[in-house]
Design a protein around this ligand. Structure first.
Ligand code: PBG
Length: 322
């Protein structure tokens, strides 16, 4: 009789049987940055995550590096006064975000920095693209994204992360980077980014919710799977080095699909709302965090994600500390 239980009979044998292994190297930790000094404000809808001023952010990065987390994705939370229609602050020399990239890379050259390219943190309309008469203009947004990407590359970013979902932006950014001499700077494209309800805590953290309308004319319909292939094909042709699926947990089938079809690393963004719901259940005593959290990340990895952006990176690293 074939007895599958034999391969589960002891811890040693279960290790032999284990098909996937998630390590800290595969995690990317999102960090929120604010202006000022000595600022550390918790994001109330995302407990355990903070908006950091640059001085404290550097300490946080150092602590993460000691835990084995080497890749970070940075997001700026800016005052309303920094925002305008054209998101001009995104490439302004005084921008705290560019300053942060510069300082992290000079203090910790081993840290790998992924940026965010989209207009929303800098836009007075709170949209990822340029708004005119209630419409998001695709082609007029591209030069703004191109400038933002080049400014981030100049500051020392390793990987540019366009999260805006405008058509043609990966190719446009690739060309802008190459023309600027940044041929070695990578692009991690938010390839299949869905118009999801799970971004709420992130928009709280950045005060970046759209002032009017929603993001459904550029982010994908959660009902769609084949449409992800159109986005993926384009990003691949336009030169993306990584493809991301976002959110992760409700979209494991999309992760699997892209992993099967494309020979580049697949990233998955375990977004703020996914982390918040697990945290809330654990705070209520309904789930055990140290068991449920790694299971959640493992499932995303098992579906095919090579790297995972997650607010639990630090918790996972601490749990796996030997
Ligand atoms: C926007 C952006 C969003 C996230 C990352 N980049 C939110 C949005 O599209 O409105 C969400 C990440 C998260 O929820 O953790 N460019």
């Amino acid at each position: 009789m074939r007895r599958p239980r034999r391969n589960r009979k002891s811890a040693v044998i279960r290790e032999h049987m284990r098909e996937t292994r998630l390590t800290v190297d595969q995690l990317i930790y999102p960090l929120f940055l604010v202006e000022g000094t000595n600022v550390k404000i918790e994001v109330s809808s995302l407990p355990g995550n903070f908006r950091w001023s640059l001085d404290l952010l550097l300490k946080e990065v150092e602590e993460c590096l000691q835990l084995g987390i080497r890749t970070f994705v940075l997001f700026p939370a800016l005052e309303e006064s920094r925002k305008d229609k054209m998101a001009t602050h995104s490439y302004h020399p005084d921008n705290v975000y560019l300053k942060a990239i510069r300082q992290i890379k000079s203090r910790f050259p081993e840290a790998c920095i992924v940026t965010d390219v989209a207009m929303d943190p800098y836009s007075s309309d709170g949209h990822d693209g340029l708004v005119e008469n209630g419409e998001i203009l695709n082609d007029a947004t591209l030069p703004i994204l191109g400038k933002m990407a080049v400014a981030q590359a100049e500051a020392g970013a390793d990987i540019i992360g366009p999260s805006d979902m405008m058509d043609g932006r990966v190719g446009y950014i690739r060309e802008s980077l190459d023309e600027g001499g940044f041929t070695d700077v990578s692009i991690m494209s938010y390839t299949a980014k869905y118009a999801s309800a799970f971004y709420g805590p992130f928009r709280d953290a950045l005060d970046s919710a759209p002032k009017a309308g929603d993001k459904k004319t550029y982010q994908m319909d959660p009902a769609n799977r084949r449409e992800a292939l159109i986005e993926a094909e384009l990003d691949y042709q336009e030169g993306a080095d990584y493809m991301m699926v976002k959110p992760a947990l409700c979209y494991l089938d999309i992760i699997y699909l892209l992993k099967e079809q494309f020979p580049i690393p697949i990233a998955a963004y375990n977004v703020s709302g996914e982390c918040a719901m697990l945290t809330a259940a654990c705070q209520n005593g309904w789930l055990d965090f140290n068991q449920a959290m790694p299971e959640m990340l493992q499932s995303i990895h098992r579906a095919g994600a090579d790297v995972i952006l997650t607010y639990f990176a630090k918790d996972f690293a601490k749990l796996n500390r030997t």
